[in-house]
Design a protein around this ligand. Structure first.
Ligand SMILES: [Zn+2]
Length: 184
């Protein structure tokens, strides 16, 4: 029997329009994710929400030679959930990238996400959020590698597209790994 969980990836102010590392149209994921979250909550299936939770001197920041402007610094408004995101009661928050010297695009990297999913008997995960070509992709690939049946939510992801086509390549990579696209 499938035992499902929803994994909402990094729907934080800094990744939405106006934020320090805004994903184009990033806030468009919120309405579909709210619907997914409500559906899961109604079925009593668990909901997880990952967040970038960086110290001020994080290795991914340009000040340390990384690729990104400072973003999602712990305790700042930029690191907060977008105000329109409706996380159901009981949502499990997974903080990642909280070590100054380690980057973590995947929600599984350096966190207890896998253990928490296993404890709940989850074997099937649904992943959406920001951004398609970084944290969603890496979370999806890690879920597949760990043996979860993995769906990515095509209506609830948006991409950075540093290079044109990055989103399409990310989707192709997720599908080639065995993840399945699903629309709401
Ligand atoms: Zn980050």
């Amino acid at each position: 029997m499938p035992r499902k969980a929803l994994i909402i990836v990094d729907v934080q102010n800094d990744f939405c329009p106006g934020g320090a590392l805004a994903v184009p149209a990033g806030d468009e994921v919120i309405a579909p994710l709210n619907r997914w979250a409500e559906r899961f909550s109604t079925e009593s299936w668990p909901v997880f929400a990952t967040r970038d939770w960086h110290p001020a001197d994080h290795v991914s920041f340009r000040a340390r030679g990384g690729p990104w402007p400072a973003h999602c610094v712990q305790g700042t408004p930029g690191a907060s959930w977008h105000p329109d995101l409706r996380l159901p009661p009981g949502t499990v928050v997974i903080s990642k990238g909280d070590h100054p010297d380690r980057e973590a695009y995947s929600g599984f990297e350096g966190t207890d996400l896998e253990r928490r999913l296993r404890e709940l008997g989850v074997n099937e995960v649904y992943v959406g959020g920001l951004a398609t070509d970084y944290c969603v992709k890496n979370t999806v690939l890690d879920a597949v590698r760990r043996g979860f049946t993995t769906y990515f939510l095509t209506d609830a992801c948006r991409a950075v597209n540093v290079q044109p086509g990055d989103a399409d390549r990310a989707i192709a990579e997720m599908e080639a790994a065995g993840a399945r696209p699903i629309a709401g």
